[in-house]
Design a protein around this ligand. Structure first.
Ligand SMILES: N[C@@H](CCC(=O)N[C@@H](CS)C(=O)NCC(=O)O)C(=O)O
Length: 288
């Protein structure tokens, strides 16, 4: 956990005005960390990264639990103060470092923006975990020692998550939680397509906001697993948004460029294995 992935210029006043010390506890291909990194990059901030290896259960290290009692990443520590929950961290960054603004000026528009963070926090986050797990991490867990696997299942203080993990580990794509995941994506995409038609090119209009940043890692993961088309075959605006996202420098630097070739290869190899089942389950859901 104390590994320093990179540490550069965090106290250079030209980079972090006001000598802010930012430390991000994160883990490579974690969607919640990706949201925060994109936000930091868009703000032109640099930070010190501390790696918390989830596969070595470093998130349960007592020292880390003092910062983040939920035992999850990310945690941002700003001048000694820990901030947890990626949605809250992104808003915190925007309020603390206002340029360029990533939240709209009016309360009504901010409420619209937060609708997208709610999609993420009330379905897509669990959803992306289930889909990634059933396609990919399940394979990895099969190769773990039984002791490490049990430790991984224990999941500090949240038996609900343990049940989800175990169900998906045992039943793969036929876990009921994977169906919940497919439904959560369908609900979000069903609103995203007309929203982009009405307001595009970004979710709230001309400029990207935290609404877009919130959605980016969740769409990216589906795309990298080769599953996005299952939902977007007839949703051209979401596909155009995804094309635009991939060209956006902060997405590239905060997400794409930090995924290793091994991780890309793993997603490419495992995602397609569940594609046919996902299509079938989604068709069943749409048919009611
Ligand atoms: N709602 C939290 C969720 C954080 C979360 O669950 N992060 C995952 C990685 S994306 C994690 O740390 N999992 C720990 C584990 O799998 O034990 C947030 O948005 O920050």
């Amino acid at each position: 956990m104390t590994d320093r992935e990179f540490s550069n210029n965090v106290r250079d006043p030209n980079i972090n005005p006001g000598l802010h010390m930012l430390m991000l506890y994160d883990f490579g291909n974690s969607v919640c960390c990706q949201k925060v990194r994109i936000t930091l990059v868009e703000k032109g901030l640099t930070w010190e990264a501390r790696r918390v290896d989830l596969f070595k259960t470093e998130q349960y290290d007592p020292e880390y639990l003092k910062l983040n009692p939920k035992g999850v990443v990310p945690t941002l520590v700003h001048d000694g103060t820990p901030v947890i929950e990626s949605t809250l961290i992104c808003e915190y960054i925007d309020e603390t470092f206002p340029d360029p603004p990533l939240m709209p000026k009016t309360a009504a528009e901010r409420a619209r923006m937060r609708l997208w963070s709610k999609f993420v926090d009330e379905g897509l986050f669990d959803g992306v975990t289930e889909l990634s797990f059933s396609a990919m991490f399940r394979e990895r867990m099969k190769n773990m020692s039984p002791e490490l696997r049990e430790k991984r299942f224990r999941n500090v203080g949240d038996p609900r998550r343990t049940d989800r993990f175990k169900s998906t580990y045992e039943h793969g794509v036929y876990s009921p939680f994977v169906l919940h995941a497919i439904a959560a994506y369908e609900r979000a995409f069903k609103l995203m397509e007309p929203t982009l038609a009405e307001r595009g090119p970004w979710l709230l209009g001309a400029q990207p906001t935290l609404a877009d940043i919130n959605m980016m890692p969740f769409v990216a993961r589906l795309a990298y697993l080769g599953l996005l088309g299952a939902w977007t075959a007839n949703r051209p605006r979401i596909n155009a948004w995804w094309e635009r996202v991939q060209e956006w420098p902060s997405f590239r630097r905060g997400l794409h460029d930090l995924i290793s070739e091994v991780e890309f290869a793993e997603m490419r190899a495992h995602g397609p294995k569940i594609h046919a089942d996902v299509v079938k389950l989604l068709a069943g859901l749409r048919a009611g």
